[in-house]
Write a protein that binds this ligand. Sequence first.
Ligand code: PEP
Ligand code: MG
Length: 584
Amino acid sequence: MDLIRRQVAHGLGVSDGIAIGQVFLIDRRHVPINKVHVPPELVDAEVGRLENAIGRTTVSLERLLEHTQNQNTEEPLLVLNAHLLMVRDPLLLEMATRQIQDERKCAEWALKSAVRAIRDKFDLLDDAYFRERRTDVDFVGERILAALTARDDGVQEVPTDAVVVAHNLSPEDVITLLRQNVRGLVTEAGSKTSHAAILARALEIPAVVGCRGALELCGHGDPVVVDGRQGTVLIDPPDPVIEQYRSIAKSHAAFEEQCLAEADLPAVTPDGHRVAVLANIDIEDEVGSALAYGAEGVGLYRTEFLYIDGRRLPSLDEHRRAYRYVLEAMGPDRGVTFRSFDLGSDKEAAGVRTPHEANPALGLRACRLALQHPTLFRAQLRAVLSCHEGGKVSLMFPMVSGIDELLEVKALVKSERAAMQDEGLTPADVRMGVMIEVPSAVWVADDLAQEVDFFSVGTNDLIQYSLAIDRQNEHVAYLYQPLHPANLRALKHVVDAAHRARIPVGMCGEMAADPLHSAVLLGLGFDSLSMPNVAIPKVKWALRRLSQRDATALVDECLRERSAAAIVKRVRRAMEDQLPDLFG
Ligand code: PEP
Ligand code: MG
Protein backbone atom coordinates (compact mmCIF):
# COMPACT_ATOMS: atom_id res chain seq x y z
CA MET A 1 0.00 0.00 0.00
CA ASP A 2 2.74 2.39 1.06
CA LEU A 3 4.60 1.71 -2.14
CA ILE A 4 1.64 2.99 -4.13
CA ARG A 5 1.27 6.17 -2.08
CA ARG A 6 4.93 7.09 -2.13
CA GLN A 7 5.43 8.93 -5.35
CA VAL A 8 7.88 11.33 -6.89
CA ALA A 9 6.70 14.00 -9.31
CA HIS A 10 9.11 15.89 -11.52
CA GLY A 11 8.96 19.44 -12.82
CA LEU A 12 11.19 22.43 -13.36
CA GLY A 13 13.00 23.65 -10.24
CA VAL A 14 12.68 27.42 -10.44
CA SER A 15 13.50 28.51 -6.92
CA ASP A 16 16.26 26.80 -4.99
CA GLY A 17 15.90 25.24 -1.53
CA ILE A 18 14.06 22.44 0.24
CA ALA A 19 10.56 22.71 1.66
CA ILE A 20 9.09 20.08 3.96
CA GLY A 21 5.44 20.28 4.92
CA GLN A 22 1.90 19.18 4.19
CA VAL A 23 0.12 19.44 0.88
CA PHE A 24 -2.40 22.28 0.69
CA LEU A 25 -4.39 21.84 -2.51
CA ILE A 26 -5.81 24.77 -4.42
CA ASP A 27 -7.85 23.38 -7.28
CA ARG A 28 -10.07 25.85 -9.04
CA ARG A 29 -10.03 24.47 -12.53
CA HIS A 30 -13.34 24.38 -14.37
CA VAL A 31 -15.33 26.79 -12.16
CA PRO A 32 -18.68 26.85 -14.00
CA ILE A 33 -20.68 30.00 -14.73
CA ASN A 34 -24.31 30.31 -15.69
CA LYS A 35 -24.63 31.64 -19.22
CA VAL A 36 -27.97 33.44 -19.48
CA HIS A 37 -29.40 36.19 -21.64
CA VAL A 38 -30.81 39.11 -19.68
CA PRO A 39 -34.12 40.77 -20.61
CA PRO A 40 -33.74 44.27 -22.20
CA GLU A 41 -35.07 46.06 -19.11
CA LEU A 42 -32.27 44.54 -16.98
CA VAL A 43 -29.40 45.43 -19.27
CA ASP A 44 -28.49 48.61 -17.38
CA ALA A 45 -28.63 46.81 -14.06
CA GLU A 46 -26.35 44.09 -15.45
CA VAL A 47 -23.81 46.70 -16.56
CA GLY A 48 -24.08 48.17 -13.06
CA ARG A 49 -23.31 44.73 -11.52
CA LEU A 50 -20.21 44.47 -13.67
CA GLU A 51 -19.03 47.99 -12.78
CA ASN A 52 -19.62 47.24 -9.16
CA ALA A 53 -17.60 44.01 -9.31
CA ILE A 54 -14.73 45.80 -11.05
CA GLY A 55 -14.86 48.53 -8.38
CA ARG A 56 -14.71 45.95 -5.58
CA THR A 57 -11.86 44.12 -7.27
CA THR A 58 -9.96 47.39 -7.57
CA VAL A 59 -10.42 48.11 -3.87
CA SER A 60 -9.32 44.60 -2.85
CA LEU A 61 -6.21 44.81 -5.04
CA GLU A 62 -5.40 48.26 -3.62
CA ARG A 63 -5.68 46.84 -0.12
CA LEU A 64 -3.41 43.95 -0.97
CA LEU A 65 -0.95 46.42 -2.47
CA GLU A 66 -0.99 48.48 0.72
CA HIS A 67 -0.23 45.40 2.81
CA THR A 68 2.58 44.44 0.50
CA GLN A 69 4.45 47.77 0.60
CA ASN A 70 6.82 46.65 3.33
CA GLN A 71 8.11 43.52 1.59
CA ASN A 72 11.85 43.88 1.02
CA THR A 73 11.50 43.05 -2.65
CA GLU A 74 9.81 45.07 -5.35
CA GLU A 75 8.56 42.19 -7.49
CA PRO A 76 5.15 41.72 -5.77
CA LEU A 77 4.47 45.46 -5.99
CA LEU A 78 5.20 45.48 -9.70
CA VAL A 79 2.87 42.57 -10.34
CA LEU A 80 0.06 44.03 -8.24
CA ASN A 81 0.44 47.39 -9.93
CA ALA A 82 0.24 45.70 -13.33
CA HIS A 83 -2.98 43.93 -12.28
CA LEU A 84 -4.43 47.15 -10.95
CA LEU A 85 -3.71 48.78 -14.30
CA MET A 86 -5.55 45.95 -16.05
CA VAL A 87 -8.58 46.14 -13.74
CA ARG A 88 -8.75 49.89 -14.23
CA ASP A 89 -8.21 49.62 -17.99
CA PRO A 90 -11.39 50.95 -19.64
CA LEU A 91 -10.95 48.47 -22.52
CA LEU A 92 -12.03 45.48 -20.45
CA LEU A 93 -15.12 47.27 -19.13
CA GLU A 94 -15.97 48.62 -22.58
CA MET A 95 -15.69 45.24 -24.28
CA ALA A 96 -17.74 43.46 -21.63
CA THR A 97 -20.35 46.25 -21.54
CA ARG A 98 -20.77 45.98 -25.30
CA GLN A 99 -21.46 42.26 -24.94
CA ILE A 100 -24.13 42.97 -22.34
CA GLN A 101 -25.75 45.80 -24.32
CA ASP A 102 -25.52 44.35 -27.84
CA GLU A 103 -25.88 40.66 -27.14
CA ARG A 104 -27.70 40.82 -23.81
CA LYS A 105 -25.25 38.42 -22.21
CA CYS A 106 -25.24 38.29 -18.42
CA ALA A 107 -22.27 40.05 -16.76
CA GLU A 108 -20.36 36.79 -16.01
CA TRP A 109 -20.67 35.60 -19.60
CA ALA A 110 -19.78 39.02 -21.03
CA LEU A 111 -16.76 39.25 -18.79
CA LYS A 112 -15.51 35.80 -19.82
CA SER A 113 -15.91 36.69 -23.51
CA ALA A 114 -14.05 39.98 -23.10
CA VAL A 115 -11.23 38.30 -21.17
CA ARG A 116 -10.93 35.63 -23.88
CA ALA A 117 -10.74 38.29 -26.62
CA ILE A 118 -7.95 40.17 -24.82
CA ARG A 119 -6.14 36.94 -24.01
CA ASP A 120 -6.21 35.90 -27.70
CA LYS A 121 -4.25 39.03 -28.57
CA PHE A 122 -1.47 37.92 -26.18
CA ASP A 123 -1.50 34.44 -27.75
CA LEU A 124 -0.38 35.98 -31.04
CA LEU A 125 2.89 37.15 -29.49
CA ASP A 126 5.92 34.95 -29.99
CA ASP A 127 7.90 35.99 -26.98
CA ALA A 128 7.51 33.58 -24.05
CA TYR A 129 7.62 36.38 -21.48
CA PHE A 130 4.70 38.17 -23.10
CA ARG A 131 2.77 34.99 -23.82
CA GLU A 132 3.09 34.26 -20.13
CA ARG A 133 1.51 37.65 -19.38
CA ARG A 134 -1.75 36.44 -20.91
CA THR A 135 -2.23 34.54 -17.65
CA ASP A 136 -2.38 37.95 -15.98
CA VAL A 137 -5.48 38.70 -17.99
CA ASP A 138 -6.97 35.39 -16.80
CA PHE A 139 -6.07 36.06 -13.20
CA VAL A 140 -7.63 39.51 -13.31
CA GLY A 141 -10.72 38.10 -15.04
CA GLU A 142 -11.06 35.37 -12.39
CA ARG A 143 -10.84 37.93 -9.63
CA ILE A 144 -13.59 40.07 -11.10
CA LEU A 145 -15.67 36.96 -11.70
CA ALA A 146 -15.27 35.98 -8.06
CA ALA A 147 -16.50 39.46 -7.07
CA LEU A 148 -19.46 39.13 -9.46
CA THR A 149 -20.54 35.77 -8.12
CA ALA A 150 -19.78 36.76 -4.54
CA ARG A 151 -17.59 33.66 -4.47
CA ASP A 152 -14.58 34.08 -2.22
CA ASP A 153 -11.91 32.88 -4.57
CA GLY A 154 -9.02 34.21 -2.56
CA VAL A 155 -6.71 31.89 -0.75
CA GLN A 156 -7.96 31.09 2.73
CA GLU A 157 -5.97 30.56 5.87
CA VAL A 158 -3.38 27.90 5.27
CA PRO A 159 -1.53 25.89 7.92
CA THR A 160 1.93 27.17 8.78
CA ASP A 161 3.73 24.21 7.24
CA ALA A 162 1.77 24.27 3.98
CA VAL A 163 3.27 23.35 0.65
CA VAL A 164 0.78 24.69 -1.85
CA VAL A 165 -0.01 22.48 -4.83
CA ALA A 166 -2.09 24.08 -7.57
CA HIS A 167 -2.66 24.02 -11.28
CA ASN A 168 -1.53 27.63 -11.48
CA LEU A 169 -1.32 30.50 -9.03
CA SER A 170 -2.17 34.12 -9.56
CA PRO A 171 0.37 36.66 -8.34
CA GLU A 172 -2.17 37.70 -5.70
CA ASP A 173 -2.36 34.08 -4.53
CA VAL A 174 1.41 33.90 -4.28
CA ILE A 175 1.64 37.17 -2.37
CA THR A 176 -1.16 36.19 0.01
CA LEU A 177 0.36 32.75 0.52
CA LEU A 178 3.83 34.02 1.14
CA ARG A 179 2.51 36.47 3.71
CA GLN A 180 1.29 33.38 5.54
CA ASN A 181 4.76 31.85 5.47
CA VAL A 182 3.97 29.05 3.10
CA ARG A 183 6.94 26.69 2.87
CA GLY A 184 6.92 25.80 -0.81
CA LEU A 185 5.04 25.99 -4.09
CA VAL A 186 4.27 23.37 -6.71
CA THR A 187 2.30 24.15 -9.85
CA GLU A 188 1.30 22.00 -12.78
CA ALA A 189 1.55 24.90 -15.21
CA GLY A 190 4.23 27.51 -15.57
CA SER A 191 7.75 28.12 -16.73
CA LYS A 192 10.79 30.04 -15.54
CA THR A 193 9.07 33.28 -16.43
CA SER A 194 5.69 32.55 -14.82
CA HIS A 195 4.71 34.74 -11.90
CA ALA A 196 4.80 31.95 -9.34
CA ALA A 197 8.40 31.28 -10.39
CA ILE A 198 9.51 34.92 -10.44
CA LEU A 199 7.91 35.71 -7.09
CA ALA A 200 9.09 32.52 -5.43
CA ARG A 201 12.65 33.32 -6.50
CA ALA A 202 12.42 36.92 -5.38
CA LEU A 203 11.03 35.84 -2.00
CA GLU A 204 13.29 32.78 -1.75
CA ILE A 205 10.61 30.10 -1.42
CA PRO A 206 11.48 26.67 -2.91
CA ALA A 207 9.31 26.09 -5.96
CA VAL A 208 8.76 23.54 -8.71
CA VAL A 209 6.62 24.46 -11.72
CA GLY A 210 5.51 22.52 -14.78
CA CYS A 211 4.92 19.53 -12.49
CA ARG A 212 2.40 17.64 -14.57
CA GLY A 213 -0.20 15.58 -12.73
CA ALA A 214 0.70 17.05 -9.32
CA LEU A 215 -2.97 17.65 -8.46
CA GLU A 216 -3.79 14.01 -9.18
CA LEU A 217 -0.87 12.62 -7.21
CA CYS A 218 -1.20 14.80 -4.11
CA GLY A 219 -3.87 14.50 -1.46
CA HIS A 220 -4.76 17.33 0.92
CA GLY A 221 -2.57 17.02 4.03
CA ASP A 222 -0.10 14.53 2.54
CA PRO A 223 3.45 14.92 3.85
CA VAL A 224 5.56 16.33 1.03
CA VAL A 225 9.12 17.37 0.27
CA VAL A 226 9.88 19.92 -2.45
CA ASP A 227 13.41 20.08 -3.79
CA GLY A 228 13.59 23.37 -5.70
CA ARG A 229 17.06 22.68 -7.08
CA GLN A 230 16.34 19.24 -8.54
CA GLY A 231 12.74 20.02 -9.50
CA THR A 232 11.40 17.02 -7.58
CA VAL A 233 8.35 16.66 -5.36
CA LEU A 234 8.29 13.64 -3.01
CA ILE A 235 4.76 12.81 -1.96
CA ASP A 236 4.33 10.95 1.31
CA PRO A 237 7.97 9.86 1.52
CA PRO A 238 9.11 7.45 4.26
CA ASP A 239 10.15 9.07 7.56
CA PRO A 240 13.89 8.43 7.13
CA VAL A 241 13.78 10.26 3.77
CA ILE A 242 12.02 13.22 5.39
CA GLU A 243 14.66 13.26 8.12
CA GLN A 244 17.41 13.20 5.52
CA TYR A 245 15.87 16.18 3.71
CA ARG A 246 15.36 17.97 7.02
CA SER A 247 19.04 17.82 7.73
CA ILE A 248 19.87 18.90 4.15
CA ALA A 249 17.47 21.86 4.54
CA LYS A 250 19.05 22.83 7.83
CA SER A 251 22.57 22.88 6.47
CA HIS A 252 21.29 24.63 3.33
CA ALA A 253 19.80 27.46 5.42
CA ALA A 254 22.91 27.74 7.58
CA PHE A 255 25.06 27.84 4.46
CA GLU A 256 22.95 30.58 2.83
CA GLU A 257 23.24 32.62 5.99
CA GLN A 258 26.99 32.20 6.02
CA CYS A 259 27.23 33.31 2.38
CA LEU A 260 25.07 36.35 3.08
CA ALA A 261 27.15 37.28 6.12
CA GLU A 262 30.22 37.44 3.86
CA ALA A 263 28.44 39.05 0.91
CA ASP A 264 30.11 42.44 1.33
CA LEU A 265 33.63 41.00 1.15
CA PRO A 266 35.36 41.13 -2.23
CA ALA A 267 35.74 37.92 -4.25
CA VAL A 268 39.50 37.50 -3.84
CA THR A 269 40.88 33.97 -4.16
CA PRO A 270 43.35 32.67 -1.52
CA ASP A 271 46.10 33.11 -4.14
CA GLY A 272 45.22 36.77 -4.54
CA HIS A 273 43.18 36.91 -7.76
CA ARG A 274 40.17 39.23 -7.70
CA VAL A 275 36.98 38.80 -9.70
CA ALA A 276 34.39 41.59 -9.67
CA VAL A 277 30.91 40.24 -8.86
CA LEU A 278 28.15 42.40 -10.29
CA ALA A 279 24.37 42.47 -10.54
CA ASN A 280 22.02 41.98 -13.47
CA ILE A 281 18.99 44.24 -13.11
CA ASP A 282 15.91 44.66 -15.28
CA ILE A 283 14.37 47.66 -13.57
CA GLU A 284 15.83 50.43 -11.46
CA ASP A 285 14.06 49.28 -8.29
CA GLU A 286 16.22 46.17 -8.11
CA VAL A 287 19.28 48.21 -7.29
CA GLY A 288 18.59 48.24 -3.51
CA SER A 289 18.52 44.48 -3.30
CA ALA A 290 21.63 44.27 -5.51
CA LEU A 291 23.52 46.25 -2.87
CA ALA A 292 22.09 44.17 -0.03
CA TYR A 293 23.39 41.02 -1.72
CA GLY A 294 26.88 42.46 -2.09
CA ALA A 295 26.95 43.62 -5.73
CA GLU A 296 30.09 45.56 -6.60
CA GLY A 297 28.32 47.29 -9.44
CA VAL A 298 25.73 46.64 -12.12
CA GLY A 299 27.14 44.48 -14.90
CA LEU A 300 23.96 44.33 -16.97
CA TYR A 301 21.09 46.81 -16.85
CA ARG A 302 18.48 45.52 -19.31
CA THR A 303 17.20 48.95 -20.30
CA GLU A 304 14.56 47.63 -22.70
CA PHE A 305 12.13 47.17 -19.80
CA LEU A 306 11.71 50.95 -19.75
CA TYR A 307 10.24 50.69 -23.24
CA ILE A 308 8.14 47.62 -22.67
CA ASP A 309 6.33 48.78 -19.54
CA GLY A 310 4.80 51.91 -20.98
CA ARG A 311 2.26 52.79 -23.65
CA ARG A 312 4.57 55.20 -25.39
CA LEU A 313 8.28 55.68 -25.84
CA PRO A 314 10.06 56.83 -22.70
CA SER A 315 10.99 60.51 -22.77
CA LEU A 316 14.55 61.69 -22.21
CA ASP A 317 13.47 62.67 -18.70
CA GLU A 318 12.10 59.21 -17.97
CA HIS A 319 15.29 57.55 -19.16
CA ARG A 320 17.35 59.97 -17.14
CA ARG A 321 15.29 59.51 -13.98
CA ALA A 322 15.73 55.72 -14.07
CA TYR A 323 19.41 55.89 -14.96
CA ARG A 324 20.16 58.51 -12.34
CA TYR A 325 18.38 56.44 -9.69
CA VAL A 326 20.60 53.43 -10.40
CA LEU A 327 23.81 55.45 -10.64
CA GLU A 328 23.17 57.39 -7.46
CA ALA A 329 22.22 54.24 -5.54
CA MET A 330 25.44 52.55 -6.68
CA GLY A 331 27.49 55.59 -5.65
CA PRO A 332 30.85 56.83 -6.90
CA ASP A 333 32.77 53.58 -6.30
CA ARG A 334 30.61 51.19 -8.30
CA GLY A 335 30.13 51.15 -12.04
CA VAL A 336 26.91 50.64 -13.97
CA THR A 337 26.81 48.97 -17.38
CA PHE A 338 23.82 50.00 -19.45
CA ARG A 339 22.92 47.62 -22.24
CA SER A 340 21.37 49.47 -25.15
CA PHE A 341 17.83 48.21 -25.69
CA ASP A 342 17.44 44.56 -26.66
CA LEU A 343 14.02 45.07 -28.20
CA GLY A 344 12.93 42.75 -30.95
CA SER A 345 10.02 42.19 -33.24
CA ASP A 346 8.15 40.44 -30.45
CA LYS A 347 9.36 42.63 -27.58
CA GLU A 348 7.58 45.61 -28.96
CA ALA A 349 8.13 49.14 -27.82
CA ALA A 350 5.08 51.35 -28.12
CA GLY A 351 5.40 53.43 -31.26
CA VAL A 352 8.02 51.26 -33.00
CA ARG A 353 6.70 49.20 -35.87
CA THR A 354 8.41 45.83 -36.25
CA PRO A 355 7.54 43.05 -38.69
CA HIS A 356 5.98 39.73 -37.71
CA GLU A 357 8.80 37.18 -37.91
CA ALA A 358 8.81 33.38 -38.03
CA ASN A 359 12.02 33.21 -35.97
CA PRO A 360 12.17 36.33 -33.82
CA ALA A 361 15.28 35.10 -31.97
CA LEU A 362 17.10 35.23 -35.30
CA GLY A 363 15.36 38.37 -36.43
CA LEU A 364 15.29 42.11 -36.18
CA ARG A 365 16.28 42.61 -32.58
CA ALA A 366 18.72 44.55 -30.40
CA CYS A 367 21.42 46.38 -32.40
CA ARG A 368 19.89 45.35 -35.71
CA LEU A 369 16.70 47.14 -34.74
CA ALA A 370 18.67 50.08 -33.33
CA LEU A 371 20.46 50.55 -36.64
CA GLN A 372 17.17 50.52 -38.55
CA HIS A 373 15.69 53.07 -36.12
CA PRO A 374 18.58 55.50 -35.58
CA THR A 375 16.35 58.21 -34.11
CA LEU A 376 15.05 55.84 -31.47
CA PHE A 377 18.57 54.62 -30.74
CA ARG A 378 20.03 58.12 -30.57
CA ALA A 379 17.40 59.12 -28.03
CA GLN A 380 18.67 56.38 -25.74
CA LEU A 381 22.30 57.23 -26.47
CA ARG A 382 21.63 60.82 -25.48
CA ALA A 383 20.16 59.67 -22.17
CA VAL A 384 23.22 57.55 -21.40
CA LEU A 385 25.64 60.25 -22.57
CA SER A 386 23.93 62.68 -20.19
CA CYS A 387 24.83 60.57 -17.15
CA HIS A 388 27.30 62.46 -15.00
CA GLU A 389 26.24 60.91 -11.70
CA GLY A 390 27.70 57.97 -9.79
CA GLY A 391 30.76 55.95 -10.69
CA LYS A 392 31.94 54.67 -14.04
CA VAL A 393 29.24 54.61 -16.71
CA SER A 394 29.52 51.89 -19.36
CA LEU A 395 27.39 51.20 -22.38
CA MET A 396 27.32 47.87 -24.17
CA PHE A 397 25.69 46.72 -27.35
CA PRO A 398 23.75 43.46 -27.63
CA MET A 399 23.61 40.99 -30.55
CA VAL A 400 26.52 42.45 -32.46
CA SER A 401 27.57 39.89 -35.06
CA GLY A 402 30.63 41.53 -36.58
CA ILE A 403 32.83 44.56 -37.02
CA ASP A 404 30.62 46.41 -39.55
CA GLU A 405 27.67 46.51 -37.20
CA LEU A 406 29.89 47.61 -34.33
CA LEU A 407 31.41 50.43 -36.39
CA GLU A 408 27.97 51.61 -37.43
CA VAL A 409 26.83 51.68 -33.82
CA LYS A 410 29.96 53.54 -32.78
CA ALA A 411 29.43 56.09 -35.55
CA LEU A 412 25.97 56.84 -34.16
CA VAL A 413 27.43 57.32 -30.69
CA LYS A 414 30.02 59.68 -32.14
CA SER A 415 27.47 61.76 -33.99
CA GLU A 416 25.16 61.97 -30.95
CA ARG A 417 28.13 63.09 -28.90
CA ALA A 418 28.92 65.78 -31.51
CA ALA A 419 25.27 66.90 -31.59
CA MET A 420 25.31 67.36 -27.83
CA GLN A 421 28.49 69.42 -28.03
CA ASP A 422 26.92 71.58 -30.75
CA GLU A 423 24.08 72.27 -28.33
CA GLY A 424 26.57 73.34 -25.66
CA LEU A 425 26.13 70.14 -23.63
CA THR A 426 28.95 68.03 -22.23
CA PRO A 427 28.62 64.36 -23.08
CA ALA A 428 29.66 62.03 -20.26
CA ASP A 429 32.78 59.96 -20.46
CA VAL A 430 31.30 56.53 -21.18
CA ARG A 431 33.19 53.25 -21.68
CA MET A 432 31.90 51.25 -24.60
CA GLY A 433 31.68 47.49 -24.78
CA VAL A 434 30.21 44.77 -26.87
CA MET A 435 28.20 41.74 -25.79
CA ILE A 436 29.56 38.51 -27.16
CA GLU A 437 26.42 36.47 -27.64
CA VAL A 438 26.40 35.57 -31.32
CA PRO A 439 28.82 32.82 -32.46
CA SER A 440 30.21 34.98 -35.29
CA ALA A 441 31.26 37.58 -32.69
CA VAL A 442 33.28 34.89 -30.91
CA TRP A 443 35.30 34.15 -34.02
CA VAL A 444 36.01 37.82 -34.82
CA ALA A 445 36.63 38.72 -31.19
CA ASP A 446 40.19 39.84 -31.93
CA ASP A 447 38.88 42.48 -34.35
CA LEU A 448 36.03 43.58 -32.08
CA ALA A 449 38.46 43.92 -29.17
CA GLN A 450 40.35 46.63 -31.06
CA GLU A 451 37.24 48.79 -31.11
CA VAL A 452 35.86 48.60 -27.55
CA ASP A 453 36.82 49.04 -23.91
CA PHE A 454 35.41 45.71 -22.70
CA PHE A 455 33.59 42.49 -23.59
CA SER A 456 30.63 40.96 -21.78
CA VAL A 457 29.68 37.43 -22.74
CA GLY A 458 25.93 36.74 -22.88
CA THR A 459 25.85 32.96 -22.52
CA ASN A 460 22.05 32.76 -22.52
CA ASP A 461 22.03 33.64 -26.19
CA LEU A 462 25.50 32.39 -27.06
CA ILE A 463 24.62 28.84 -25.98
CA GLN A 464 21.24 29.06 -27.70
CA TYR A 465 22.86 30.03 -30.99
CA SER A 466 25.99 27.90 -30.89
CA LEU A 467 24.23 24.71 -29.77
CA ALA A 468 21.04 25.51 -31.74
CA ILE A 469 18.89 25.10 -28.63
CA ASP A 470 15.93 27.47 -28.30
CA ARG A 471 16.38 28.81 -24.77
CA GLN A 472 12.58 28.92 -24.25
CA ASN A 473 11.84 25.40 -25.48
CA GLU A 474 11.31 22.90 -22.66
CA HIS A 475 11.58 19.95 -25.10
CA VAL A 476 15.26 20.57 -25.82
CA ALA A 477 16.15 22.10 -22.46
CA TYR A 478 18.20 19.00 -21.57
CA LEU A 479 20.60 19.89 -24.41
CA TYR A 480 21.20 23.40 -23.10
CA GLN A 481 24.65 22.70 -21.63
CA PRO A 482 26.88 25.55 -20.43
CA LEU A 483 29.74 23.06 -19.97
CA HIS A 484 29.51 21.76 -23.54
CA PRO A 485 33.05 21.59 -25.02
CA ALA A 486 31.99 23.95 -27.83
CA ASN A 487 30.91 26.55 -25.31
CA LEU A 488 34.05 26.24 -23.19
CA ARG A 489 36.29 26.52 -26.24
CA ALA A 490 34.35 29.58 -27.44
CA LEU A 491 34.68 31.20 -24.01
CA LYS A 492 38.41 30.53 -23.95
CA HIS A 493 38.76 32.10 -27.39
CA VAL A 494 36.88 35.23 -26.27
CA VAL A 495 38.78 35.67 -22.99
CA ASP A 496 42.13 35.26 -24.75
CA ALA A 497 41.17 37.73 -27.48
CA ALA A 498 40.13 40.31 -24.88
CA HIS A 499 43.30 39.90 -22.86
CA ARG A 500 45.52 40.04 -25.95
CA ALA A 501 43.95 43.44 -26.62
CA ARG A 502 44.33 44.34 -22.92
CA ILE A 503 40.63 44.87 -22.31
CA PRO A 504 38.61 43.27 -19.48
CA VAL A 505 36.08 40.56 -20.19
CA GLY A 506 33.03 39.71 -18.10
CA MET A 507 30.13 37.31 -18.27
CA CYS A 508 26.52 38.37 -17.71
CA GLY A 509 24.66 35.22 -18.83
CA GLU A 510 23.04 32.88 -16.30
CA MET A 511 26.04 30.56 -16.53
CA ALA A 512 27.84 32.99 -14.20
CA ALA A 513 25.13 32.63 -11.54
CA ASP A 514 25.69 28.94 -10.85
CA PRO A 515 28.53 28.46 -8.33
CA LEU A 516 29.19 25.06 -9.92
CA HIS A 517 30.74 27.02 -12.79
CA SER A 518 32.79 29.39 -10.61
CA ALA A 519 36.08 27.46 -10.86
CA VAL A 520 35.76 27.11 -14.63
CA LEU A 521 35.06 30.83 -15.11
CA LEU A 522 37.88 31.74 -12.74
CA GLY A 523 40.25 29.39 -14.58
CA LEU A 524 39.21 30.78 -17.95
CA GLY A 525 40.24 34.20 -16.70
CA PHE A 526 36.99 36.20 -16.55
CA ASP A 527 37.55 39.56 -14.88
CA SER A 528 33.95 40.02 -13.78
CA LEU A 529 30.80 37.93 -13.38
CA SER A 530 27.36 39.52 -13.41
CA MET A 531 24.25 37.72 -12.22
CA PRO A 532 20.78 38.05 -10.66
CA ASN A 533 21.01 39.56 -7.17
CA VAL A 534 20.19 36.48 -5.13
CA ALA A 535 23.03 34.49 -6.73
CA ILE A 536 25.75 36.95 -5.70
CA PRO A 537 26.54 35.79 -2.12
CA LYS A 538 27.04 32.13 -3.07
CA VAL A 539 29.24 32.87 -6.07
CA LYS A 540 31.36 35.27 -4.01
CA TRP A 541 31.64 32.67 -1.28
CA ALA A 542 32.86 30.07 -3.80
CA LEU A 543 35.38 32.39 -5.46
CA ARG A 544 36.85 33.34 -2.10
CA ARG A 545 37.73 29.69 -1.52
CA LEU A 546 38.98 28.58 -4.94
CA SER A 547 42.59 28.87 -6.01
CA GLN A 548 43.15 30.40 -9.41
CA ARG A 549 46.04 28.03 -10.04
CA ASP A 550 43.88 24.95 -9.48
CA ALA A 551 41.08 26.50 -11.51
CA THR A 552 43.41 27.08 -14.46
CA ALA A 553 44.57 23.44 -14.29
CA LEU A 554 40.93 22.30 -14.17
CA VAL A 555 40.11 24.35 -17.26
CA ASP A 556 43.11 22.89 -19.13
CA GLU A 557 41.77 19.41 -18.39
CA CYS A 558 38.20 20.36 -19.37
CA LEU A 559 39.33 21.82 -22.67
CA ARG A 560 40.83 18.47 -23.60
CA GLU A 561 37.54 16.62 -23.00
CA ARG A 562 35.26 15.71 -25.88
CA SER A 563 31.88 15.46 -24.20
CA ALA A 564 29.78 17.71 -22.00
CA ALA A 565 29.05 14.79 -19.66
CA ALA A 566 32.78 14.20 -19.07
CA ILE A 567 33.32 17.90 -18.33
CA VAL A 568 30.36 18.05 -15.96
CA LYS A 569 31.72 15.00 -14.12
CA ARG A 570 35.19 16.48 -13.85
CA VAL A 571 33.94 19.90 -12.68
CA ARG A 572 31.54 18.37 -10.16
CA ARG A 573 34.25 16.16 -8.73
CA ALA A 574 36.65 19.10 -8.39
CA MET A 575 34.02 21.32 -6.80
CA GLU A 576 32.82 18.61 -4.42
CA ASP A 577 36.42 18.06 -3.30
CA GLN A 578 37.15 21.73 -2.81
CA LEU A 579 33.79 23.09 -1.68
CA PRO A 580 31.73 20.26 -0.16
CA ASP A 581 29.46 22.79 1.63
CA LEU A 582 28.17 23.93 -1.74
CA PHE A 583 26.55 20.56 -2.25
CA GLY A 584 25.03 20.34 1.24
C1 PEP B 1 22.51 36.70 -22.50
O1 PEP B 1 22.07 36.49 -23.63
O2 PEP B 1 23.27 35.93 -21.89
C2 PEP B 1 22.10 37.92 -21.77
C3 PEP B 1 22.65 38.25 -20.62
O3 PEP B 1 21.12 38.69 -22.30
P1 PEP B 1 19.55 38.32 -22.27
O4 PEP B 1 19.37 37.18 -21.31
O5 PEP B 1 18.86 39.56 -21.85
O6 PEP B 1 19.30 37.94 -23.70
MG1 MG C 1 21.15 38.06 -24.78
